[in-house]
Ligand binder design. Structure first.
Ligand SMILES: Nc1ncnc2c1ncn2[C@@H]1O[C@H](COP(=O)(O)OP(=O)(O)OP(=O)(O)O)[C@@H](O)[C@H]1O
Length: 502
């Protein structure tokens, strides 16, 4: 971009000054050019070109083979550089002029806000701009749609970075517009459950996305009403179905909004509370149980709990649907004790099989004083921009987690931030419908039925169903019905549920 700011006359614009200023302002570009020049002189320009060709081919193959890691380490830097100089900078003066964002000084010179830098994530680009004197962020706010159109972006939003400097954030793509998110198959065997990979949906790169109760430990899910918190929590339970059925996972569910979210699954739960008072009792019992386990494991010299090792030491999963109802909008005594107990649960039971998954609409410090204790945080659509950093951690919105910009018509879309990773990941959970929840409940609460391969009559094999109490030996009547054999252990011979579940 041409330097359009006016010279006030106190410094003279000699070529040497301009060159020095350019060098000082663009150290990376100048450094790269210098490095290329020096290398060319040393090794010869042919060799250097060959080296550059090899580097480009290696980068292209890397991108082809594993786009997410390429993007994380190289792609976003290359893209930011490319877009800064060849997309945003090239058009900026014209666009600023067209949107009425230029100004002029008393000498009649045009002043254009300066593009300082560009940052790029997979979906969003952030343009850092210095305002010209006399300009305010509101001037940009009024023309956000025009700016988005000018750059062919889906939407644009604004942040004030510091006085006189703003970030214009433009969304370049929306992978979830076209990406179909199939509901992961519900596992049916204990051995099919991997606590470190509980499939939930897809990420922005189209890869399968899974929850991790081993490394991710506890999850805080923040989202406005209707943002799709239900899909995240029910999706997790579907992934645990066989373990719920066999008792390797015990669910302690606290749904203080009267059981509206989890009422349908009441049969699955070890403990279920639907108001604040019983919720507090449930949390007390949860903490006592895990305290006891800790003591017992200490007595037996066991230092760690192995997930799924046995039903004697189950995974105890505490689910809280609306934290605010327990930590803020309730009696002071209840909220104080609950906050203490939950903080204990978040800090002391990792090694003895305690896990917490909690949801909230408001991730503020008053409502969730213990929010820093959740190693993994998820931000679905949020009402306020300030909520994003409250949910995901300081500075994460700056790094591209625009959860407040997720549109209403995209429930289930969220940014996930795991401990130790700087960059947030954009993810969409598959939709878990009421029928899918019914399937889960039916499967996880029926214990006797087992499906065996049934010999196919069309192949001329004889049906041997006389032993099965459910078919009552009525082999002559099986011509028109599905060929399923149900083996029952005899405890519940008349229970049709078993047949349905099978
Ligand atoms: N993953 C998803 N994909 C597509 N649609 C979804 C998804 N999750 C939820 N929805 C839709 O959004 C609606 C609201 O979802 P849900 O009830 O889970 O939101 P919520 O965040 O739990 O809201 P509340 O806090 O008010 O209970 C659902 O009825 C469903 O139609």
């Amino acid at each position: 971009m041409r330097e359009t700011r006016v010279n006030t006359g106190d410094t003279e614009r000699t070529p040497a000054r301009l060159l020095l200023r350019f060098l000082a302002r663009h150290p990376r570009s100048v450094g790269t050019l210098a490095a290329v020049g020096i290398t060319g002189c040393y090794v010869g320009f042919h060799t250097m070109l060959l080296g550059a060709g090899v580097a480009v081919a290696a980068g292209a193959s890397w991108r082809l083979l594993d786009r997410p890691t390429f993007d994380r380490f190289a792609g976003r830097l290359v893209r930011a550089w490319w877009r800064r100089w060849f997309v945003y900078q090239r058009k900026w003066a014209d666009i600023a002029f067209g949107c009425g964002l230029t100004s002029s000084n008393r000498h009649g010179h045009s002043l254009v806000p300066k593009l300082l830098s560009v940052r790029s994530t997979f979906c969003w680009d952030s343009l850092r701009l210095r305002l010209v004197r006399g300009q305010a962020a509101e001037d940009f706010e009024q023309v956000l749609d025009r700016l988005a159109n000018a750059y062919n972006a889906r939407r644009a939003t604004l942040r004030t970075i510091k006085p006189g400097v703003i970030s214009l954030d433009v969304q370049k793509r929306e992978p979830f517009d076209t990406l179909f998110i199939p509901l992961p198959e519900m596992p049916r065997e204990d051995s099919a459950v991997d606590l470190a990979r509980l499939p939930l949906g897809r990420d922005e790169y189209g890869r399968d996305f899974a929850l991790d109760l081993v490394g991710g430990i506890h999850y805080l899910i923040a989202g406005a009403t209707g943002a799709g918190k239900g899909s995240w929590m029910w999706g997790l339970l579907r992934g645990l179905a066989p373990w719920i059925r066999s008792g390797r996972v015990r669910l302690w569910v606290l749904d203080p909004k009267g059981g509206m979210e989890f009422g349908q699954g009441a049969e699955l739960f070890h403990r279920f509370a639907t108001d604040d008072q019983s919720g507090l009792e449930l949390t007390r019992e949860y903490v006592d149980t895990l305290d006891e386990r800790k003591t017992e494991m200490g007595r037996h010299g066991r230092r760690t709990w192995t997930p799924g090792h046995s039903a004697d030491y189950p995974l105890d999963l505490l689910i809280v649907d609306e934290l605010a109802a327990m930590s803020e909008y309730t009696d002071r005594d209840i909220s104080r004790e609950f906050t203490k107990l939950l903080s204990k649960a978040l800090t002391q039971y990792r090694a003895v099989g305690g896990r917490v998954v909690a949801a909230t609409q408001e991730p503020t410090k008053d409502v969730i004083p213990m929010r820093g204790l959740f190693p993994t945080t998820v931000a679905l659509r949020l009402e306020e921009a300030s909520y994003v950093d409250m949910a995901l951690g300081e500075g994460v919105r700056d790094r591209g987690a625009f959860a407040d910009q997720i549109p209403d018509y995209m429930p289930g879309v969220a940014y996930v931030k795991t401990e130790g990773s700087r960059e947030p990941l954009r993810v969409r959970a598959a939709y878990t419908s009421d029928d899918d929840i019914t399937e889960l409940v039916r499967y996880a609460t029926s214990h006797d039925a087992e499906i065996l391969d049934f010999p196919n009559r069309d192949n001329g094999t004889e049906t041997e169903s006389a032993d099965s109490p459910d078919t009552g030996g009525e082999s002559g009547e099986t011509d028109d019905i599905e060929h399923i054999e149900v083996i029952d252990d005899g405890e519940d011979e008349d229970d049709d549920e078993d047949f349905d579940a099978a």
